[in-house]
Design a protein around this ligand. Structure first.
Ligand code: FAD
Length: 385
């Protein structure tokens, strides 16, 4: 099937599902700081969250390009894909680097919705952006690893069955390269919570279920290690490129939502005897924000296509996420501004989407880290940290 046709089919399918969960549904969930359980269940049942799972394991066997279209449409319809996007990009880590046994054990059950793999535990309170400085340690003891340490800002743990965990298996002082000596594990949260893993929710600005994690002698069977010991950071980077491209698409979806919303409002709101959208002072910032979304969207598809072709895409994935997050934030500001006071009223959904899209300049990677990556790895400037 031609790519455009396939996209249209995906867009139409996701839109039809999202129509059953209008902005009012997400507004209510946001106000109650609840989890959009019914929405995530419907999305899973319809097979959309299994987009990246190979067909042999019960998934749709699609690429990041198509997965990103699913996530874009959720945000474009006024929803918040942040409640379930982990399931998309975590899948690419397991599908690409998991053993045949791990894939056979987990992927079909994730595809059917029996299990959720929504969480990824990387960030630590003391290491912050400097991931190689993490200290959570997994010590090998026979056929198990024993994990001790702490993580922060780990999302969707309370609504997931499985979590991908990054831990040191060799202390930083003993490795040749800082990125060596870290390993990835699949943690079965159903067994771990309360038995070596303590979860403490963090109240935050967005309705984003996120937590502090405390590991105290948590035991993980050796067969739950993903790939080789010590190479976890490399596997993680690969999955992070998928994450960046997918988050870029969510920002693009937000961006179009803001532009549609403000364009409609500006055409209808009459002040000084004419629609506010007749004034160039209102039109131009909206037009500018729209152009930036369109431009960022090109980089988003470039990153997706490189990833799907198995080609290096670190620069493009980072640039796509950065440009899309900036563009959606610009569109959010314009949308809020031209709704005047009504932009602050919850019933318009603008203030909620404004908060939701703001997150993407900080998480999953902050803007400065992307700028440093481009300066160093693309432009060849000196390493700054
Ligand atoms: C709602 C939410 C959900 C999250 N979910 C997850 C999750 O599921 N899993 C997970 O592992 N993490 C998650 N995170 C963590 C997120 O990835 C980090 O917050 C983010 O990477 C920044 O790290 P930090 O907060 O420690 O900031 P810090 O490292 O403390 O940095 C603070 C600021 O200083 C800047 N800065 C730091 N060093 C430099 C430098 N050398 N040069 C220039 N600027 C610098 C940073 O760019 C940043 O703006 C989440 C965060 C939030 C807020």
């Amino acid at each position: 099937m031609a790519e455009a046709e396939r996209h249209e089919e995906i867009r139409a399918g996701v839109r039809a599902l999202c129509a059953q969960f209008p902005p009012a549904y997400f507004r209510d969930i946001d106000q109650r700081r609840a989890y959009p359980e019914a929405f995530v269940a419907a999305l899973t049942k319809a097979g959309w969250l299994a987009a990246l799972i190979p067909q042999d394991y019960g998934g749709a066997g699609l690429g990041v390009r198509e997965a990103s279209v699913v996530m874009e449409e959720i945000n474009r319809s006024g929803g918040n894909a942040g409640a379930c996007h982990g399931q998309m990009y975590n899948m690419s880590t397991l599908a690409r680097h998991g053993s045949a046994e791990q894939k056979a054990r987990y992927l079909p059950r994730i595809a059917s919705g029996e299990l959720r793999l929504q969480s990824m535990g990387v960030t630590e309170p003391t290491a912050g952006t400097d991931t190689t400085a993490i200290t959570t340690f997994a010590a090998r003891k026979g056929d198990r690893y024993v994990v001790n340490g702490q993580k922060v800002w780990i999302s969707r743990v309370q609504h997931s069955d499985l979590m991908i965990l990054l831990a040191r298996t060799t202390p930083l002082a003993e490795v040749r390269k800082k990125s060596d000596g870290m390993s990835l594990f699949l943690v079965d949260l159903r067994e771990a919570v309360g038995k070596g893993l303590d979860v403490r929710p963090i109240a935050n600005m967005v309705n984003h279920e996120t937590n502090e994690l405390f590991f105290q002698n948590l035991e993980i069977p050796v067969e739950n290690r993903i790939g080789e010991e010590g190479r976890g950071f490399r596997y993680l980077l690969d999955g992070l490129n998928a994450e960046r491209a997918i988050i870029a698409a969510e920002c693009i979806g937000d961006g179009y939502w803001f532009i549609d919303k403000v364009t409609r409002y500006a055409s209808e709101r009459v002040v000084f005897g004419r629609p506010i959208g007749k004034n160039q002072g209102v039109q131009f910032p909206i037009a500018e924000a729209y152009m930036e979304i369109e431009a960022a969207n090109l980089m988003r598809f470039k990153a997706c296509d490189l990833f799907d072709a198995g080609k290096p895409c670190g620069a493009e994935a980072n640039m796509a996420k950065h440009l899309a997050a900036k563009a959606s934030w610009e569109a959010a500001n314009v949308c809020l501004q031209f709704h005047g006071g009504f932009g602050f009223a919850s019933e318009y959904d603008v203030e909620r989407k404004f908060r939701e899209t703001r997150l993407y300049q900080v998480a999953p990677i902050s803007t400065n880290q992307i700028l440093a990556y481009i300066a160093e790895h693309v432009l060849g400037l000196q390493r700054s940290f």
